[in-house]
Design a protein. Sequence first.
Lengths: 117, 118
Amino acid sequence: EAGVTQFPSHSVIEKGQTVTLRCDPISGHDNLYWYRRVMGKEIKFLLHFVKESKQDESGMPNNRFLAERTGGTYSTLKVQPAELEDSGVYFCASSLSVGGGLNTEAFFGQGTRLTVV
Amino acid sequence: AQTVTQSQPEMSVQEAETVTLSCTYDTSESDYYLFWYKQPPSRQMILVIRQEAYKQQNATENRFSVNFQKAAKSFSLKISDSQLGDAAMYFCAYNLPYSGAGSYQLTFGKGTKLSVIP
């Protein structure tokens, strides 16, 4: 069974440009999450989809970030326009259920390393 | 707000020896879950072990075990018989089992980079 896959693995863009990150969750996982780790800091929650709906987007830093999950399958995270402080590793995760108990394990992708110069 | 603190940015252990990674957390909740995740270099983060706060018994997964001290809000990870493949970033994390604004998210610590010396 394929795991969570993220594209691209690395991206280097100039300040002001647009970048779109993609995440393909494990098939059948309704729950999809985006997290970000800025160098040397904690991994921070960005948002949570249940199917195509945004369950919780309390961690989105500002309106330059737009996440979508059309059809409840893969998700994209677009940053427009990118700023220097957006650099970091963006992780996607998916889970069958939520809450921490059985079937709620979050499976993570390898992450996309974004560098804004 | 819940916070997770990992006070050891880096640690090293000799192969076959035992190492303990520290984690403390702050929460006002009584029911929650704690996790240790492992991220090897350039690879996916995987779940190592999970602990339910209502269980007094410490979780164990093969060579990995935890020391869960609920009153002290401490959740350390012990790796026994360390192997080269254990070298990775280890993240301690927390979440709640019920719905509420933002409550399904994992709250992570900054991570501890573990090196295993042959």
